[in-house]
Ligand binder design. Structure first.
Ligand code: CP
Length: 309
């Protein structure tokens, strides 16, 4: 409906040069936050949450505060978002704000929000993509080793929304991505992103975990069950099946005994499942630095979509 504005629903409709430029803005936001101290003055971000969050909510809200703007938190339970057409609520919200960030269960709802909003919309994680997380992950590697080109990232887990967004960004930055994904749910796999990464010759797919981690600079894992299902009694069987299939792929001391690679996880962590507690706190872990980089990465996203930098 609003053809002129730019959204961040996925990375697929961003040019590689735009994404690389955005990452450098994130580096600047990390190193010189004072440069942006009033950049969002008089600007309001509305944050919609259909699912729970710690990092996404806090980092967007703090990002607005640190840049002189304001963020409003709305969830499904305490607003009217769940009572009517989501697009109409978005159309109203856009009339009273400058930017919308939404975490929804279904990507189609996000597309409807974007269709009806005259202000830019950011995907705060849906069933298919987590673009803000992947940019923060690339920022983390960029800051850790100085450049992304040639970095070897090994993702171990279910091929999910986070893996999709890593798949989208790996070819953009010349990162070699190895996927060790024994479970590939049909509803989450993005064949177009897989094809693109295969054609860019930056992707390896294997189930030989011990071999894959030998050449990795970074080993990345994630939850085996989507957050909204974790405590759902109806998902107990799914969780049981996934744990049985994924336990041989757990990141633990024995697996990493001769490995120098750094350890990443997008959080929240389910210790004892995808990773053991001691590996979260191991000197090789950069998990907490990775989480802290959500802030500068999303500052850059907000600034770019608002046309401020
Ligand atoms: N990684 C991430 O998106 O964290 P939250 O679910 O806590 O926002």
């Amino acid at each position: 409906m609003y053809l002129q504005k730019k959204d961040l629903l996925t990375w697929s409709n961003w040019e590689p040069s735009e994404i690389r430029s955005l990452l450098e803005l994130a580096v600047q936001a990390k190193r010189q936050p004072q440069d942006f101290a009033q950049a969002m003055a008089q600007k309001t971000l509305v944050m919609l949450f259909q699912k729970t969050s710690t990092r996404t909510r806090v980092s967007f809200e703090v990002g607005c505060t640190e840049m002189g703007g304001h963020a409003i938190f709305l969830d499904w339970m305490t607003s009217n978002l769940g009572l009517t057409e989501i697009g109409w609520e978005a159309a109203y919200l856009a009339s009273n704000s400058h930017l919308i960030m939404a975490r929804v269960k279904n990507h189609k709802d996000l597309e409807e929000i974007a269709r009806c909003s005259r202000v830019p919309v950011i995907n705060g994680c849906d069933d298919r993509h987590h673009p803000c997380q992947a940019l923060s992950d690339m920022l983390t590697i960029r800051l850790d080793r100085g450049s992304l080109e040639g970095a070897r990232l090994c993702y171990v887990g279910v091929l999910n929304n986070v893996a999709n967004s890593l798949l989208a960004l790996a070819p953009v930055f010349g990162v070699h991505l190895t996927l060790v994904c024994p479970i590939r749910p049909d509803e989450e796999v993005d064949e177009m992103l897989l094809t693109r990464a295969r054609e860019a010759d930056c992707l390896e797919e294997t189930l030989d975990l011990s071999r894959a981690i030998q050449t990795a600079d970074y080993i990345y894992t994630d939850t085996w069950v989507n957050m909204e299902l974790y405590k759902d009694p109806n998902a107990a069987k799914l969780k049981e099946d996934r744990v049985a299939k994924m336990l041989p792929f757990q990141i633990n001391r024995e697996l990493l005994k001769d490995v120098k690679a750094k350890i990443m996880h997008d959080m929240p962590i389910h210790s004892g499942f995808e990773i053991t507690k001691e590996m979260v706190e191991d000197p090789r872990s950069i998990i907490f630095e990775q989480a802290s980089n959500r802030l500068p990465a999303q500052k850059a996203i907000m600034l770019r979509l608002l046309g401020l930098h």
